[in-house]
Design a protein around this ligand. Sequence first.
Ligand code: AMP
Length: 190
Amino acid sequence: MKNIVLFGKPGAGKGTQAALLKEKLQWVHISTGDVFRYNIKNQTELGQLAKSYIDDGALVPDEVTIKMLSDEVEKNPDANGFIFDGFPRTTAQAEALDNLMQDKSMKINATISLEAEDEILIQRLIQRGKDSGRSDDMDESKIRNRFDEYNQKTAPLIDFYQKQNKFVAVNGIGSIDEIALKLEQIVADL
Ligand code: AMP
């Protein structure tokens, strides 16, 4: 069994690539953003709790997010592998993920980072907002806030995973298929 983290700023293409990898490998894809949006849509207690943070472009508190992620892993005892998309986003989350993996005799094999410049990402997000109606993609100040959150809280994870020799950077600019091929190759070599 292998497990990977797809890492990168909002708009880097994590969700798109995770969906393709999931199709290819038949692994379980967990996107914490998607789980939050599902809960908001269905007006669950978790959704109500997360909504104000997501609407502001802020991170949902660690305690809530970590519990939710661990529940999602528990729901899939027969998984061949997990693709974690949008998690971890803080050092506390990364430590919790390592502990969860260890408890289950599993591990993160690699953290694959999709890299692109902010200005390109902002253009992509604004376009996605128009196509999907996602409110946190439609407002440039919310997008900027998500980038600030990334820079302050998520960027330190580069060092966290580099120290574990698990960090692999991939150019996130290019055709979707081209990038998907690169990711497949990285996963095959793990
Ligand atoms: P995403 O779909 O990954 O861009 O996530 C959308 C929003 O959901 C983020 O801006 C956060 O508000 C929230 N979110 C998703 N994943 C996490 C996480 N790991 N930790 C905290 N908040 C998260």
